[in-house]
Ligand binder design. Structure first.
Ligand code: AHR
Length: 308
């Protein structure tokens, strides 16, 4: 905590950390992945609004999906001597060096949403949903809806990202129990609507209009929404002739579920600033060791079982 941040009663409305008889305003640097899809901008907005409410001075950096931009942003936060850094890492690899630099500078790092590979001693904790569970929930729903008999096409998220890796693993773990459920095509649509549409157009061509296919698992709703467009343009009936399951439960997916174009979506909460900031500010106060993963619950919704 830098001495220049000592307030001595200034900054009304700011989150103050009390240390002995002194109080400090909190400055947090947040390195965000980008603004792909509908879920991520909602998450960014929530982090900014919640910081304002909490009186936290938030320095926000959007990396436009590029890890090198995230590394630059984190180094800039270190140079600015922020009190703590939150990273939502685009991919799981390539973080060790910059995390070491933050540690050397005495700046604690918290992960939000996505995970990194390697030494867990380099960050305080990760606050996020369980992506593997999301994949398992999607797989279990599809197994039940298809009675364990389904040829599936899969739209994967960003290659090397924690949600793409874990959702696939979780989904496949369920499929392992059902010999007549198989992924017949799988490709990355990079978590975007356009990506999902392109990948689905290629699947439609390669499989003679999805012949024999019974289900579509997309690692996020935006790719599924793109896939739905492509299927409709090809004269197919997603949600009716094909079981459609994805992750995020964004407003546009709620509409697709209500319209019968999709069948199920696992909710990934985007309003998670209220979970993340208290963990950070409490830790800054008492430095008590935390579990390395603080899990935010996920739930699956259909048109018949809507969420909020
Ligand atoms: O990391 C979470 C995933 O990232 C969301 O499911 C997806 O929409 C986003 O791009």
């Amino acid at each position: 905590m830098s001495f220049t941040k000592w307030l001595g009663g200034a900054a009304l409305g700011a989150t103050l950390i009390l240390m002995g008889s002194s109080a400090f305003a909190v400055t947090i640097g947040f390195s965000q992945v980008g603004d792909e899809g509908d879920w991520r901008p909602a998450f960014s907005k929530d982090m900014q609004e919640e910081a304002k409410k909490e009186g936290i001075d938030l320095k926000f950096a959007d990396a436009q999906g590029k890890e090198e931009d995230q590394l630059k942003a984190v180094r800039a936060f270190i140079a600015q001597k922020v009190d703590a850094i939150v990273i939502a890492p685009v991919v799981t690899t390539g973080w060790a060096q910059v995390l070491e630099e933050a540690k050397k500078a005495g700046i604690p790092v918290f992960l939000a949403d996505r995970d990194v590979e390697g030494d867990k001693g380099l960050f305080v904790t990760r606050i996020s949903a369980d992506f593997n569970l999301e994949g398992r929930l999607a797989g279990a729903w599809l197994a039940q809806a298809s009675k364990g008999n389904c040829q599936i096409v899969e739209l994967q998220g960003t290659v090397g990202s924690a949600p793409a890796i874990e959702r696939k693993k979780g989904f496949e773990a369920v499929l392992a129990n059902f010999p007549n459920m198989k992924i017949v095509k799988s490709q990355s649509g990079d978590f975007t609507t356009e990506g999902g549409k392109k990948v689905m157009e290629a699947f439609i061509k390669a499989t003679d209009n999805l012949k024999g296919v019974c289900g579509v698992f997309a690692h996020n709703d935006n790719m599924q929404l793109g896939a739905i467009q492509a299927m409709k343009e090809a004269g197919l009936k997603p949600g009716k002739d094909f079981l459609m399951v994805s992750v995020d439960y964004v407003p546009a997916m709620k509409e697709a579920l209500a319209a019968g174009d999709a069948n199920a979506s696992v909710e990934l909460k985007s309003a998670i600033g209220k979970y993340i900031y208290p963990v950070m500010t409490d830790w800054l106060k008492d430095k008590k060791e935390l579990a390395k993963w603080i899990v935010i619950p996920s739930d699956l919704h259909t048109a018949a079982t809507p969420g909020n």
